[in-house]
Design a protein around this ligand. Structure first.
Ligand code: GLU
Length: 304
């Protein structure tokens, strides 16, 4: 691990020329204002050390990476009952596609596409008194950073332009797979997506997934079995319809968001996060994906 900082810096430098080849997300207008020329990476290891390079301390919109943490919350509350309303298979379609939901009777393919995450938020709404507050508290605790907050401008922008998400939630309701008020759950979901964290925060917050579900103090965030299941879902569904390509090129469980972040887990060793706002055609960070491919290649690591 001694040369980690050096390898991080080298892979970051080698990836810089890819900035300018993608496009920042603009379907949520408040996300379009970001400076695209940013690239950061951070690794948090099981000895409690953090290694970083580039823009690793700048908070960015975590967007779909929040789906990982809402899944953790719901798994803790519901256990196996969580799977009544959502499956765990790759969708092979865009993250906000409606097509499958109609033909599959309102049961989303997995918790990492928008429909599945909305169903998870619906479950949280049924059983938590303050789901948003509880999520923020969890993230602050896991990342050791009390200043993590929601960007309300982004949340409002998403609610205003969230017709597709609303359509998914109503479709699930029509199929009797949605318990709460659609508006209330959409608001909650948009606030989760609009949380801002840095690469360092996210690398720290995902560390239990590299540690059989435990934090570094030995506290069980989730069980070993739940940890195995989440990592399996990250491999098969974490990068939308590019999950296969990510497994092929990077070889680690991962989760992306349209804010340009990607978290990845190297079980038993470390967790990491890359961020660069420009996305490829599938909605994943273009430079972030490339950096991770370079990094895992240079370190010769993979779960396969
Ligand atoms: N807030 C975004 C949406 O609902 C999240 C999408 C993503 O990051 O993949 O469309």
């Amino acid at each position: 691990m001694d040369n980690l900082s050096k390898v991080l810096n080298e892979t970051l430098q080698a990836t810089l020329p890819s900035i300018g080849k993608g496009q920042v997300a603009n379907y949520i207008p408040a996300l379009a204002n970001i400076n695209p020329n940013q690239l950061g990476v951070a690794i948090a290891d099981l000895d409690g050390k953090v290694f970083k390079a580039g823009d690793a301390d700048i908070p960015f919109s975590i967007q779909s990476i929040s789906k990982l943490f809402t899944l953790i919350q719901a798994m803790k509350i519901y256990g196996e009952a969580i799977w009544k309303g959502v499956r765990r298979d790759p969708s092979g379609l865009r993250f906000n596609s409606l097509v499958q939901l109609e033909s599959e009777h309102g049961i989303p393919r997995n918790p990492f596409i928008n429909a599945g995450a909305l169903k998870i938020c619906d479950q949280l709404e049924s059983r938590c008194s303050t789901p948003n507050f509880q999520l923020l508290s969890l993230l602050k605790e896991l990342s050791h950073n009390n200043s993590i907050k929601v960007n309300h401008r982004v949340a409002i922008s998403e609610i205003k332009h969230g017709a597709r998400n609303a359509a998914m939630a109503y479709l699930m309701k029509a199929f009797d797979n949605f318990e709460n008020s659609v508006e209330k759950v959409l608001e909650s979901y948009a606030h989760h997506c609009a949380i801002e964290m840095s690469c360092v925060d996210l690398a720290r917050a995902t560390l239990p997934l590299a540690n059989k579900g435990k934090t570094l103090t030995g506290k069980a965030l989730i069980t070993t079995k739940q940890c195995k299941r989440i990592n399996a879902l990250l491999v098969t569904c974490g990068l939308y319809d590019e999950a296969g390509e990510f497994a092929f090129r990077v070889g680690l469980p991962g989760k992306s968001g349209v804010g340009g972040g990607i978290v990845a887990i190297y079980p038993g060793k470390f967790s990491l996060c890359v961020w660069s706002p420009e996305l490829n055609k599938t909605g994943n960070s273009l430079a972030g994906f490339e950096l991770l491919e370079r990094l895992t290649g240079a370190l010769e690591i993979s779960i396969f």
